[in-house]
Design a protein around this ligand. Structure first.
Ligand code: AMP
Length: 393
């Protein structure tokens, strides 16, 4: 069954409840990366153009563990939205206080943002009474929160039962699902996955799944050291837990076709984030730690990428937040961005942030807003929030 699309609905005089993913990074009450909010603006504009009477936005932010917390208020998001949309956005005191209904009765108010859903433990518990209260605000439900679609939470899962035949996928959700489905169902070959980041255990199931469909998996970041160690190379003081090494060994055993490719050289340091040292071999000295891939590896990986027709990238190639160790990540980003006639998808907070910093986001076929969600979608071929939208709960 296909998703029902929000652009196909007459919204005249309808109240529309939209689950967004406004889980933005904050520093001293200011949003440091507005991407997640920017991505939802086209859907909000569409709802306004299609005559929605009220737009009720809702989201989680951070991990307040079921209790209100001033630091995790959605106020900065309300302010930013008001500025971007050039109209008033009213933030409610709570997602489920009775005042919300009164607010929605006022004719001059068009856009309301419910305060952080996770201030209520019922959200993460998928509580149906909580979902019923949220649902009572509106006639139509739109899920635009791909980043939360891998969670069975009240606002993405239980809530569906209260909107028989009126649940829709927003524009961003549609693009996320169709782009990832392309990678899962019918990737054009050669299909190359670039997987980096810090921990094998977080990505093992996705790696196992990818191993079936890809031609090559290029491993970078701290992920590489458990693989190198499992193959008998020395990794010095690099991040490399025993558990990750065991997992890496088991994946290498499954990789009969030799699809997994590992760094040929490194940029290391004597301490975490210290001076950069060039390490021209796969072995790393006992007193050094690997913090980026080296030039030989960039060229080796670029060779595989140059003929790819599908590329999936998740996770940075090194400690890219420090400019001494960011070269590998940005060079791989440039190589992928330059590919012609290739479907390129990047997912995962840190790799997406590298793409944004590089200014090359428009050169990618799709920049996914959901890190964990995109990995889980690849691993399982479905997500609870998307399944609920398609088939109900
Ligand atoms: P992940 O969330 O698993 O994608 O991990 C991303 C984090 O891994 C980023 O903060 C990177 O700085 C970090 N990272 C990547 N490579 C290394 C490395 N070689 N050593 C330490 N941290 C790394």
């Amino acid at each position: 069954m296909a998703l029902q699309l929000i652009q196909d609905v007459d919204l005249n005089r309808k109240k529309v409840l939209v689950r967004c993913d406004f889980n933005v990074p904050l520093e001293n009450g200011k949003i440091t990366d507005t991407t997640r909010v920017d991505l939802v603006i086209p859907t909000i504009k569409l709802l306004l153009e299609n005559g929605a009477d009220k737009i009720i936005l809702m989201s989680h932010l951070g991990r307040p563990k079921g209790k209100p917390s001033a630091d995790l208020s959605l106020e900065p998001v309300a302010d930013y939205l008001a500025q971007k949309l050039n109209q008033e956005v009213v933030l409610t005191e709570s997602a489920i206080k009775s005042g919300v209904k009164e607010l929605l009765g006022l004719s001059k108010i068009k856009i309301v943002l419910l305060e952080n859903l996770r201030f209520h433990s019922e959200e993460e518990n998928n509580d149906s009474d909580f979902a019923r209260q949220l649902a009572s605000y509106a006639d139509v439900y739109v899920n635009e929160a791909f980043g939360a679609a891998h969670r069975k939470h009240a606002s993405v899962h239980s809530i569906i039962q209260f909107f028989p035949r009126s649940t829709y996928a927003g524009l961003l959700m549609q693009k996320e699902v169709s782009s990832l489905s392309k990678i899962i169902e019918s990737p054009q070959k050669p299909f190359v996955a670039v997987v980096g980041g810090a921990k094998v255990s977080d990505k093992i199931k996705t790696l196992e799944k990818l191993l079936i469909s890809v031609d090559h998996i290029l491993i970078g970041g701290a992920m590489a050291y458990p693989f190198l160690k499992a193959k008998g190379y020395t990794v010095g003081k690099s991040l490399c837990s025993e558990e990750d090494q065991k997992l890496a060994s088991s994946i290498l055993k499954q990789d009969k076709a030799g699809k997994i490719k590992l760094p040929q050289d490194h940029i290391t340091s004597l301490s975490f984030g210290g001076e950069a040292i060039e390490c021209p071999a796969q072995n790393i000295a006992e007193n050094e730690m690997g913090l980026d891939i080296g030039q030989k590896t960039i060229e080796y990986y670029s060779e595989f990428l140059s003929s790819a027709k599908t590329v999936f990238w998740n996770g940075p190639m090194g400690l890219f937040e420090n400019k001494n160790f960011s070269n590998g990540t940005f060079e791989i980003c440039k190589t992928i961005a330059k590919l012609n006639d290739c479907f390129t998808l990047v997912g995962g907070g840190d790799s997406v942030s590298a793409v944004m910093q590089s200014g090359l986001a428009d050169e990618f076929s799709h920049v996914s807003s959901g890190g964990g969600a995109s990995l889980e979608f690849i691993e399982k071929g479905q997500l609870p929030g998307v399944q609920a939208l398609k088939f109900g709960v």
